[in-house]
Design a protein around this ligand. Structure first.
Ligand code: NAD
Ligand code: MLT
Length: 540
């Protein structure tokens, strides 16, 4: 029975849904850190968090049970995704649940900053009726700069346009045409908008590119009196530069919902005039919290009951329908990976996959991940699966490339894998018969048609008469039954390849006899799963 751990407070609606989920238990354990967190995670199958808990690599180290983490919210920067990926743990988020609340909070801060609402209220609390100090500015006819035009950035833009603001925007994934459709003028670089804006708001994740994006130099490019808002992530604005800018009068105001270090209860910014701060409240509305809690719980229930993965941030999303449609190809790719690892086991340095025909219309990234899982599975101690295989491959310095060609070739769909190892290239090709019968259609230069299951004997030989008979006789003498046999060659009279499906592993003596044949150059035994046996990560 899967057990789900709730690591941060979430809305009651989410907890109620969990309580009703058949076959799933849950435990609420908030405020965990260090060893207590590590131990709790080691005893759970799934976990739900917000941004309060920090799930580090240490907290996950050695965890062999946890399969999925759902973040009730957008940002997953409090989860070490690389460590999770390495352990095959899917990390999912609920990307849309708090978009509107955070866009509205951005506007709350922009308006409140412009009209100095918080400071004015404080003077009332102090018994003063001051109508002179708090002269504000209106938003209409001002220019707003938005950095990051994803979900929240776009909602902020819509609201700004409704307030009759002019909107400039920068996002590397938004074209000028896309921006124009939204009524936004796109700039080429953030610094291009800085001299033009009256307000700036950022809606990007915190990445190496966005850390300290707005620093002393950036502020120097701005007009005097500009107001800055951050409801995304602390660290995008350099907090020291903000203090300097406010004290020098260059900045007209700063409103922050997020801080470099959180929780943040003391800051040189607090108490400065024209500053307004909230303790990370962007998503703190009843609507957003209910939605993200329910969505996070549903993500885990669907994961544990149907194997469905949605909104995964550390693997391609795969829903049951997609999985069903490509399960056969994932199995084919996985088996080709296992085959390549055993055919030429010396360290690979690069892998190149080519997809042809109908298969190119499917999610080939997943097929590639399945190949990587097969290639690595026998070599690594840790569990390899479709979530972590690409990362593990790249961590070993193995280059991975993928290429699609829509014209079908001899089969309606096929894939070729090429593994570079020790300066040589080894190639295999496969296709699917029906929905679930993987077949080997090429090995090296040779075309053939062999079953990709069970115990295989792969041998290369001179293309001369009598080889098949000789191998058959040797195995017959050693009582090894040959279930299937396929032979192939690039051209008559050259080098050829044989693939036998055996009912049992051949004894060393039989292999020595086959290897000793004057026309046989190489012999290799390859073990694949029996037909129809899928790895755990591929089962429905
Ligand atoms: P999103 O993924 O939809 O949008 C992020 C956008 O940032 C993307 O379009 C991306 O292309 C862009 N981007 C990335 N790097 C960039 C760069 N260097 N320059 C310019 N643009 C860049 O995410 P979202 O849902 O809109 O969330 C945005 C941010 O808000 C995230 O950091 C999220 O964690 C944060 N957030 C905060 C709260 C809160 O409570 N304050 C609530 C929700 C989300
Ligand atoms: C998020 O990334 O979703 C926000 O930071 C809101 C939260 O704290 O959950």
């Amino acid at each position: 029975m899967p057990k789900i751990l709730i690591l941060d407070p979430i809305a009651q609606e989410g907890l109620d849904l969990l309580a009703k989920a058949p076959g799933i238990t849950h435990e609420v354990r908030t405020g965990l850190k260090g060893d207590a967190l590590k131990k709790a995670l080691a005893e759970a199958d799934g976990a739900i968090c917000r941004s309060g808990v920090t799930i580090t690599a240490e907290a996950l180290e050695g965890n062999r049970r946890l399969r999925a983490i759902a973040r009730a919210g957008v940002g997953t920067d409090n989860i070490d995704k690389e460590a999770a990926t390495r352990l095959g743990i899917v990390v999912m988020n609920t990307p849309t649940g708090n978009t509107l609340s955070t866009a509205e909070h951005t506007f709350t801060l922009m308006l409140a900053l412009s009209r100095r609402v918080a400071e004015a209220y404080h003077t009332l609390l102090a018994g003063k009726w001051d109508r002179k100090t708090f002269m504000g500015t209106q938003l209409a006819d001002k220019t707003l700069g938005i950095v990051g035009l994803g979900r929240i950035g776009q909602e902020v833009a819509k609201r700004a346009l409704a307030f009759q603001m002019r909107v400039l925007g920068y996002d590397p994934f938004l074209s000028a045409e896309g921006a124009a459709k939204l009524g936004i003028t796109r700039v080429e670089r953030v610094r291009d908008m800085l001299p033009q804006i009256d307000y700036l708001t950022v809606h990007t994740p915190l990445t190496p590119e966005t850390t300290n994006l707005i620093d002393r130099e950036a502020i120097a490019l701005m007009k005097p009196g500009v107001r800055l808002v951050n409801c995304a992530r602390g660290g995008i604005y350099n907090e020291e530069a903000l203090v300097e800018g406010l004290k020098s009068g260059k900045l007209g105001g700063v409103a922050l919902d997020v801080f470099r270090e959180e929780p943040c209860t003391a800051s040189p910014l607090f108490g400065l005039p024209n500053v307004l701060c909230t303790p990370h409240l962007g998503a703190s509305t009843e609507e957003a919290q209910t939605q993200v809690a329910v969505e996070a719980v549903e993500l885990l229930i669907n994961y544990f009951t149907k194997g469905e993965v949605r909104h995964a941030v550390n693997m391609a999303a795969i829903d049951p329908k997609t999985l069903e449609a490509i399960r056969g190809y994932l199995d084919l790719a996985y088996r080709l990976g296992l085959l390549m690892a055993q055919w030429h086991p010396a360290g690979a340095s690069a892998c190149h996959l080519v997809y042809r025909g109908e298969l190119t219309k499917k999610n080939t990234k997943l097929v590639t991940a399945a190949f990587c899982a097969g290639l690595l599975e026998r070599a690594l101690e840790e569990d390899v699966n479709i979530v972590n295989s690409e990362l593990l491959l790249r961590e070993r310095g193995i280059k991975l490339t993928e290429h699609s060609r829509s014209e079908p070739g001899a089969f309606s769909s096929s894939m070729t894998v090429e593994v570079e190892s020790g300066g040589q290239k080894f190639e295999a090709g496969g296709t699917l018969f029906g929905n679930n019968m993987p077949r080997l259609i090429r090995l090296g230069e040779s075309r053939l048609e062999a079953y990709l299951d069970g115990k295989l004997l792969v041998f290369t030989h001179n293309d001369v008469p009598g080889i098949i008979g000789a191998v058959g006789t040797i195995f017959g003498n050693h009582r090894v039954n040959i279930a299937q046999m396929a032979v192939g060659r690039a051209a008559p009279g050259g080098s050829a390849i044989g693939v036998l499906n055996l009912d049992s592993l051949p004894p060393a003596a039989a292999l020595a006899e086959v290897s000793g044949h004057k026309d046989i150059q190489s012999v290799r035994v390859i073990e694949l799963p029996p037909a129809g046996q899928l790895p755990t990560w591929l089962r429905g």
